[in-house]
Design a protein around this ligand. Structure first.
Ligand code: G3P
Ligand code: CA
Length: 245
């Protein structure tokens, strides 16, 4: 029987295409991962956009905070050539463009949507995201995650039956207590948590997913242990290893 640990494509398939862009998501979908992971920020003029960092500097030819730029400014940036010259012209997708893209792909897996409120405050972004998802009436499931506990609480309040995960660097007892209280449904931990606390966290029923698992030995160990999921940049490798287990 095939191993059930989910494979989650981190920011698309960012090894082969610029992260969090439509080419990266398209490349990931070729491997039919169980989930696509991506990150949402908001522009100065209130548009939701798909990008990981608070600033555009690392992944575009521009500079500055997303929150300080208009959508027109964001869209004028090249988000492809930092990765490869032939990718010139790729832009930061709006959340609308991303959702429309999933529709064209007949996406039926799960969208792992990270609300990027850990370093920048975007008041009201949680409702805007939920409303936008609702407007598309997706056939697929959406799993919301954030490092910001307050964002998770807001999502829970707005949509009590939403699937919610807390991103954590340290899985302390309070994390388990919050999960037990129903503030969130899953714990998504840095892989270092697993490595440091093997006896507690390697249980399949802990509902733990972990990031970022790019190394073959870690993948084999996690697949054998039957953890719920790995969030990986190495989508092809993970797919191959899982088939072998
Ligand atoms: O999905 C887990 C992971 O994406 C969280 O970290 O920084 O890559 O968004 P980051
Ligand atoms: Ca993320």
């Amino acid at each position: 029987m095939m191993n059930k640990t989910q494979i989650i494509a981190h920011r698309g398939y960012r090894v082969v295409a610029p992260e969090n862009t439509l080419p990266a998501f398209e490349a990931a979908l070729a491997y039919q991962p169980d989930m696509l992971e991506m990150d949402v920020h908001r522009t100065k003029d209130g548009h939701l956009v798909v990008i990981h960092d608070e600033k555009v500097d690392r992944t575009t030819n521009g500079t500055g905070f997303v929150k300080d730029m208009t959508l027109a400014e964001i869209k004028s940036l090249d988000a492809g050539s930092y990765k490869e010259p032939k990718m010139i012209g790729v832009t930061i997708p709006t959340f609308d463009e991303f959702l429309a893209f999933l529709r064209t792909q007949n996406f039926e897996q799960t969208l792992m949507l990270e609300i990027k409120t850990d370093h920048v405050a975007y008041p009201g972004i949680e409702k805007e995201i939920l409303d936008k998802v609702d407007a598309y009436q997706p056939k697929y499931h959406v799993l919301y995650q954030s490092f910001n506990l307050n964002s998770l609480k807001i999502v829970r309040k707005l949509q009590p039956d939403a699937d919610i995960a807390a991103l954590v660097y340290w899985a302390t007892p309070i994390v388990y207590w919050l999960k037990w209280r129903g503030v969130f449904d899953y714990i998504h931990s840095d892989i270092r948590v697993l490595k440091n606390k093997p006896n507690i966290f390697w249980r399949p029923n802990v509902h733990m997913r972990t990031w970022t698992v790019d190394n073959e030995a870690d993948m084999r160990r996690i697949f054998k242990a039957g953890l719920r999921g790995i969030i990986t940049n190495q989508v092809a490798l993970a797919t191959k290893i899982r088939q072998e287990i």
